[in-house]
Design a protein around this ligand. Structure first.
Ligand SMILES: [Zn+2]
Length: 377
């Protein structure tokens, strides 16, 4: 054969970047010690689980649960002494879950909708099972913030995560209570905006000066003392609800400048579930008839007798979002379930997020957590 024909080469397919992995964590740990585990929830949703290795297989494990729109990054702030630092120095092995409401997950703004039922039924139990398999009979504690803690309360009262050595809940647990104006704005905003947008953004640089979000930022800037629009929508308005997420002076300048990275856009489609929870003053299941969710109690507070772990309820005295929900939870449980081991500690001068993000949190807050864990390890 004189002429060899070579098949025409097809043009190479353009690589489409789908970023299936979560956004990289920001930390100052030795990267060799940080293992990122591609955990999948039983309903197929990709989650993030991070294990901090210590080389010591005898340490009790501590699972950290972030709040909605935050991420595992909230426990790893490189700019300050963070909770992971404190846990490592005190002899624990930290595990961090990015549950499906994490802003590190690539589908955060575009993925499937969900309710907190899914977090309680799938995400939290999946993480606990994975950690238990890896750490065998070592004690497992959970430290949970905000919605992470609210979802945990639903998992616990469903009996899906039995036998925890202890639970630290920050901000809200079984009795969510919002200020009247926050609750009202949540309903009004949900109704007015649901046909126009599905997320409340926090990063003004991505949104631009003139957009459909401009009125939200303008509203948040009213009476604000800080000129930063991202700070205004979080500190002054909590995604437009009128609540406040932190005491401003408790954040370092570096953390303040990272707020748009630490907290992502808030989805509006979650508001009906949150609204129902808030009206009930209890963590209630969203799915009433769907049999897939039958394992969850219709009302977690009514099922509080199933809580089988000691609980430390933490709250800043200035919590501008959940107010005195934790004190209320303590009083209600002391009355209704006197056999439970539940204590309440209030952190003077702290709001909500600053109990973990605050520059002085290691001194003012983490000591309470370590003392509680230390008594039960
Ligand atoms: Zn500010």
């Amino acid at each position: 054969m004189i002429f060899r024909t070579t098949p025409a080469r097809r043009p190479a397919l353009r690589r489409v970047r789908t970023t299936p992995a979560p956004r990289p964590l920001r930390h100052r740990l030795d990267p060799a010690r940080v293992e990122e585990i591609p955990l999948r929830a039983p309903d197929g949703v990709r989650l993030g689980l991070t294990r901090i290795h210590t080389g010591d297989t005898g340490r009790p494990a501590v699972l950290l649960l972030h709040g909605h729109t935050a991420s595992a990054d909230m426990f790893l702030l490189p700019e300050t002494r963070n909770l992971v630092d404190s846990l490592l120095d005190d002899g624990y092995e930290p595990w961090l879950l990015d549950w499906r409401g994490s802003c590190r997950l690539p589908y955060n703004e575009t993925g499937q909708r969900y309710t907190y039922d899914d977090v309680a039924l799938y995400d939290v139990p999946a993480a606990v099972s994975h950690i238990r398999a890896a750490t065998e009979d070592r004690p497992l504690f959970v430290v949970a913030h905000c919605i992470g803690s609210l979802a945990l309360s639903l998992s616990m009262t469903a009996g899906l995560v039995p036998g925890l050595a202890g639970v630290v809940s920050q901000g809200v647990f079984l009795t969510p209570k919002l200020a009247g104006r926050t609750s009202l704005r949540m309903s009004v905003a949900g109704e007015l905006l649901k046909t126009r947008i599905d997320h409340i953004p926090v990063d003004f640089r991505k949104v631009g000066l003139w957009s459909r979000y401009t009125p939200l930022f303008a509203l948040a800037s009213r009476g604000a003392t800080c000129p930063d629009p991202t700070c205004q929508i979080l500190h002054n308005s909590a995604w437009g609800t009128g609540a406040s997420l932190f005491v401003h002076e408790n954040l370092s300048a570096a953390t303040h400048d990272r707020l748009a990275e630490l907290l992502g856009p808030a989805p509006l489609w979650i508001l009906p579930h949150l609204r129902r929870i808030e009206l009930a003053r209890s963590v209630v299941r969203w799915h009433e008839t769907d049999r897939r969710y039958a394992a969850l109690p219709p009302n977690a507070l009514d099922a509080a007798g199933r809580v089988d772990a000691p609980v430390l309820l933490l709250s800043g005295s200035e919590n501008g979002l959940w107010l005195d929900s934790q004190r209320l939870c303590h009083d209600v449980l002391a009355h209704r379930q006197p056999h439970l081991d539940v204590r309440y500690t209030e952190i003077p001068g702290y709001g909500h997020l600053d109990t973990f993000l605050g520059r002085g949190a290691a001194l003012d807050v983490f000591g309470h957590i370590l003392e509680f864990l230390g008594e039960r390890r």
